[in-house]
Design a protein around this ligand. Structure first.
Ligand code: ADP
Ligand code: TYD
Length: 213
């Protein structure tokens, strides 16, 4: 089972994943989990190297090179971490995956969602998550949350409101075309409410799986 978390920067994905991690540790003791994230990947230094490069505000990178860097990092991540874990029957939970490329590079950087989809299909062999949690917040809220965090903005976060509006539209288009895969979470609810909704939806996935298997 492969589950991804998506949304604008600041939408609360990492916070929700941290809460889910604590929950499964207590309540899913008989299942094996792998928590990882993109760009990069938990424990792979080659992909983390690309993460640092692609996010660093000190570099100028054109949109297509940016898209390709995310893809290289993804390919390494899939080969080294995701595929072996899935073959081992683990539940893989990944903070961002292909949908981020479609929304950020396809729409945000104007490369076109179909083109990014095609490149990703080639590189990942048409890999798709089973379920995707999407944390919906407006671009304005995303910017407010980023500005509140007392750390410098990375290269993508520097895109500003106009960029985030395009990325938001990108996500909405992707969801419309593949709505069965998505679980939409209202990211403006309190951290506690969001955590409970995620846990509830997560339990539903596994109850369904138990009854359908
Ligand atoms: P992401 O991983 O999607 O970028 P984070 O989980 O890192 O988002 O959250 C970004 C910021 O917003 C953090 O300061 C976090 O404490 C805050 N935050 C997360 N979830 C919520 C929420 N539901 N309501 C208000 N603030 C939140
Ligand atoms: P990160 O600090 O992990 O952001 P977050 O905590 O919001 O997930 O930075 C990842 C950034 O990279 C984020 O701005 C989204 C962007 N990104 C892309 O543009 N394309 C991609 O394919 C991926 C995986 C991420």
């Amino acid at each position: 089972m492969f589950i991804t978390f998506e949304g604008l920067d600041g939408s609360g994905k990492s916070t929700a994943i941290d809460n889910l991690k604590k929950y499964v540790k207590k309540n899913y003791k008989n299942k094996d989990f792998l928590f990882t994230r993109e760009p990069g990947g938990t424990g792979i230094k080659e992909a983390e190297y690309i993460r640092n490069f692609v996010l660093s505000p000190e570099f100028e990178i054109d949109p297509m090179s940016e898209a390709l860097l995310y893809l290289v990092s993804r390919k390494i991540h899939i080969t080294r971490i995701i595929n072996p874990a899935l073959l081992d029957n683990k539940i893989v939970i990944c903070d961002r995956f292909i949908d981020s490329s479609l929304a950020y590079q396809g729409k945000g950087r104007n490369l076109g969602i179909p083109k990014i989809q095609e490149l990703n299909s080639i590189v990942t062999n048409n890999m798709k998550p089973d379920f995707t949690f999407f944390f919906r917040i407006s671009p304005k809220v995303a910017i407010e949350r980023l500005n509140k965090q007392n750390k410098g903005l990375d290269r993508l976060e520097n895109g500003g409101l106009e960029f985030y509006e395009k990325v938001f539209d990108g996500y909405e288009t992707i969801i419309k075309n593949d709505f069965k895969r998505f679980i939409i979470i209202d990211g403006t609810l309190s951290i506690e409410k969001v955590a409970n909704i995620v846990i509830n939806e997560f339990d539903k996935i596994f109850n369904n799986k138990l009854t359908t298997n």
